[in-house]
Design a protein around this ligand. Structure first.
Ligand SMILES: Cc1cc2nc3c(=O)[nH]c(=O)nc-3n(C[C@H](O)[C@H](O)[C@H](O)COP(=O)(O)O)c2cc1C
Length: 225
């Protein structure tokens, strides 16, 4: 696949076929993604790839905490829900939700269906495998940028194999559950996860192609004619 085509066609996949992804394929993806740049070539990322019985236990552990009413938290990074953001950012998030729930046939009022949909996220949207990306806590608040680069590169490399991904905060939002099941020690930040698998293109949610702002809103050109 052409590079530009890959970048333009990558999108979050939120429904998967059950077909397993061969270990060798994920190995190839992670090898390619590890070519991502990082500050002073630290390569601060570490991958934990989960499938089969371990993945089932991981989903069950997170869902048990969700069902018990425990608030999901992101140890590090995360989305800004707290401070008041300028309206333009809120609008983008609302537009995404509206389009996604529209495709899912879930109305604004149907709180129960929305909660059930959020559970799907904690099930990695039915993907046959998940990748958890961690970083040694010795890095403190630095070098998270590098993990973003490797994460996007995983998502792009996956396309080469006909695979889809969804970068998911949800996968690490019950950190204790993740640590219990995977054995990832406290000395590592649970930074992000990805679900990975063969997309179910019949699922309406996978028809979502999220919007982007025109460059006029995001770019300043200086010194051009
Ligand atoms: C750091 C990060 C965390 C995300 N966490 C979630 C998540 O927990 N659940 C989810 O459904 N999508 C999640 N997403 C996907 C975003 O919603 C998605 O990338 C964005 O809406 C743009 O859509 P696209 O990926 O289809 O281009 C996350 C994306 C990023 C970069």
């Amino acid at each position: 696949m052409d590079l530009i085509e890959a970048i333009n066609s990558r999108k979050s996949i939120r429904a998967y076929k059950p077909d397993p992804v061969p270990k060798a394929v994920i190995e190839d993806i992670l090898k390619t993604a590890s070519r991502a740049p990082s500050g002073i070539n630290y390569q601060p990322w570490e991958f934990v790839v989960v499938t089969g019985d371990v993945l089932e236990r991981l989903k069950a552990a997170s869902l048990a905490r969700l069902n018990a009413g425990e608030t999901p938290t992101w140890e590090i990074g995360g989305n800004s829900y707290r401070g008041p953001l300028p309206e333009t950012y809120r609008e983008r998030a609302i537009a995404l939700s509206a389009r996604m729930y529209g495709l899912l046939g879930i109305t604004r009022e149907n709180r129960q269906a929305r909660i059930e949909w959020s559970r799907q996220g904690f099930r990695f949207f039915g993907a046959p495998a998940a990748i958890i990306i961690t970083m040694d806590k010795a890095f403190g608040n630095n070098n998270f940028f590098d993990l973003g680069l490797v994460t996007q590169t995983v998502a792009l490399a996956a396309l080469h194999h006909g695979l889809g991904t969804c970068i998911q905060g949800q996968g690490v939002m019950y950190p204790q559950a993740v640590r219990e099941v995977t054995g990832i020690p406290e000395s590592k930040y649970l930074v992000i996860s990805l679900s990975i698998g063969y997309p179910d293109w019949t699922a309406p949610v996978n028809k979502l192609h999220s919007d982007r702002e025109p460059l006029e809103k995001t770019t300043t050109w200086l010194g051009f004619e």
